[in-house]
Design a protein around this ligand. Sequence first.
Ligand SMILES: NC(=O)c1ccc[n+]([C@@H]2O[C@H](COP(=O)([O-])OP(=O)(O)OC[C@H]3O[C@@H](n4cnc5c(N)ncnc54)[C@H](OP(=O)(O)O)[C@@H]3O)[C@@H](O)[C@H]2O)c1
Length: 324
Amino acid sequence: MKALTLEKYGLPKNVLGLTEQKKPTYQKNELLVKVHSTAINDYDWSLVRGKPLIYRLMFGLSKPKSKSLGMELSGTVEEVGSDITEFNIGDEVYGDTSAYGFGTFAEYISLPAKALVPKPRAMSFEDAAALPHAALLALQGLKRVGGIKNGMKVLINGAGGGVGTIALQLAKVYHCEVTGVDRQDKFKALFNLGYDYLINYKQENFTKNGIQYDLILDCKTDKSPFSYSRSLKANGVYVSIGGKINYLISTLVIGKTLSLFSNKRFEILTLKPNQELKEIANMYEKKQVKPVIDGPYPLSFGPEKLQEFGNGNHLGKIILSVGN
Ligand SMILES: NC(=O)c1ccc[n+]([C@@H]2O[C@H](COP(=O)([O-])OP(=O)(O)OC[C@H]3O[C@@H](n4cnc5c(N)ncnc54)[C@H](OP(=O)(O)O)[C@@H]3O)[C@@H](O)[C@H]2O)c1
């Protein structure tokens, strides 16, 4: 089978390429899935370069222990392990495989059945590959951790990425007023998507403009909790879903301490993969949520598209088509 693989860390164009690999075998508790579509994520960008360095502690110090990238897919069940009763050959499935490893940038992957859920018929393979990771980061960040309520004033930092573009749509289900923070060149598309206000992070620090929010969802934490505190109303909540390691640590330590001594809350989301995909599927079927897709592109475009992801040149989710 064809797969995008890497032997060493580096820039995608130097280390990532389409190679011929053995079709995976599968265990009694696993499904063999023919991948139709997959999506590029922050994990892939970090893994290919081995940066930030903390990744190397998990994935190999001098070279990656695994050759595979990709942790989000939609596809069709090709074989079913003998212990599995909930799936049949031919079922359409999708999911975030990050809890079970990488390898969706390939024509086939074998996975435990619990790594995947049935794909609704009405959902395209491309949308199904775009939703699991970003939509659940957005949903769990806004709802489970952030406690979003009707009519709140919400700020989304990283407004134009995979998470931001879905988070906006979820916040609109709650009739919230939503401000997005991202780069100026994405503003036209982001206004069209429904943001009420936009701030260009290259020119303005939103924590210094005196405006306060009930809920901040941050995909790119790069400031101290004291800064974010200025932008929170009384009883406001700041939820980080990712960002620079040092600021994530200070959100954890200083933010938690501030939470104890003020009426503002500082949280870091730990994603629970695939848990509320039914809720997302229901919203998708009601046309409340639709992923913003960049692509689809053939799998062979993976190195180039991964570089574009790293450069921030994408809007929403970059989708690679793996099947014919
Ligand atoms: N909590 C968890 O369990 C968990 C699990 C997996 C992943 N994550 C995290 O979730 C996040 C995924 O976000 P995503 O998929 O939406 O990323 P993305 O698609 O890369 O989008 C990020 C957006 O933010 C913009 N941006 C970059 N720097 C910014 C800044 N300083 N201020 C405001 N906007 C900025 C980018 O624009 P430009 O770059 O073009 O300027 C881009 O439009 C990552 O931080 C990842 O590490 C968390």
